[in-house]
Structures are given as structure tokens and as C-alpha cells.
Write a protein that binds this ligand. Structure first.
Ligand code: 5GP
Length: 113
């Protein structure tokens, strides 16, 4: 199977401004930022979307949630950030490799649009 866009970024085949990486995940700045801080946190494993994750991915998903606050803190926002996961084209997913949007640095409305 061909690599996803985000796999290519993880493997440094496509350039991106990587701000964090470890053995399980990579985080890089979004190419079209929607906030002063807008980072994509992606697992190295190419899970298409959250609803396709399996029980064997439990530790990986937990790792993403525990890592996101550390990345937000490193960007200067330890306690004021929003995480978003779009699951499916109907709600705005455009890259079919699971990713957590980390957004910070401006006010955010609720409910989201
Ligand atoms: P989605 O709409 O799937 O939830 O989010 C995909 C995100 O990936 C968007 O915020 C989009 O700007 C970002 N994105 C798409 N292509 C690239 C790329 O080539 N490089 C980077 N850094 N971000 C990308």
C-alpha cells in the first residue's frame, strides 16, 4: 500500500516543521494554521481514522493523549489548548491518517463550527 501524506512526513520524505517525535508518534506544524499554535500529532502507525483504531491500539491512543499536553506546554500553553480529531469526510477530515489537532494561542468558541 502507498504511504499516507503523514507517513511521508514522519519518514521525512515530505518536509514539515517537526516539533516533537518519539518511537510512536510525530508532531509537526500545520501547513495552514488556524491558530497561532496549530500542530498535528500523528501516530507513526497509519490508522486511517479514530473509528478504525482497534483495541490493540489502546496504548498508542493513550500515548497520543498524554503527549499532546506536553507539546502544548512546550509551545507555551500548558493549560490552554484545544485538541480536535476529525473522524470522516463529513466532519472535515481531509487526511486519512489519524491526527490530533493541537490548537492554542487565541480564544476558541464553543460549540465549534
Ligand atoms: P483534517 O482536515 O484531516 O482534520 O486535517 C488535516 C490537516 O492537515 C489540515 O489542518 C491541513 O492544513 C494539514 N495538512 C494537509 N497537508 C499538509 C502538509 O502537507 N503538511 C502539513 N504540515 N500539514 C498539512
Amino acid at each position: 500500500m502507498s504511504k499516507t501524506l503523514f507517513e511521508k512526513i514522519c519518514d521525512r520524505e515530505i518536509p514539515a516543521e517537526i516539533v516533537y517525535e518519539d518511537e510512536l508518534c510525530v508532531a509537526f506544524k500545520d501547513i495552514h494554521p488556524q491558530a497561532p499554535v496549530h500542530i498535528q500529532l500523528v501516530p507513526r502507525k497509519a490508522i486511517t481514522m479514530l473509528s478504525n483504531a482497534e483495541s490493540s491500539d489502546q496504548a498508542l491512543l493513550g500515548h497520543l493523549l498524554l503527549t499532546a499536553p506536553k507539546i502544548a506546554a512546550a509551545q507555551g500553553y500548558p493549560d490552554a489548548f484545544r485538541l480536535a480529531i476529525n473522524n470522516g469526510a463529513a466532519v472535515g477530515q481531509s487526511v486519512f491518517h489519524l491526527h490530533v489537532h493541537i490548537l492554542a494561542g487565541r480564544p476558541f468558541k464553543w460549540p465549534p463550527g
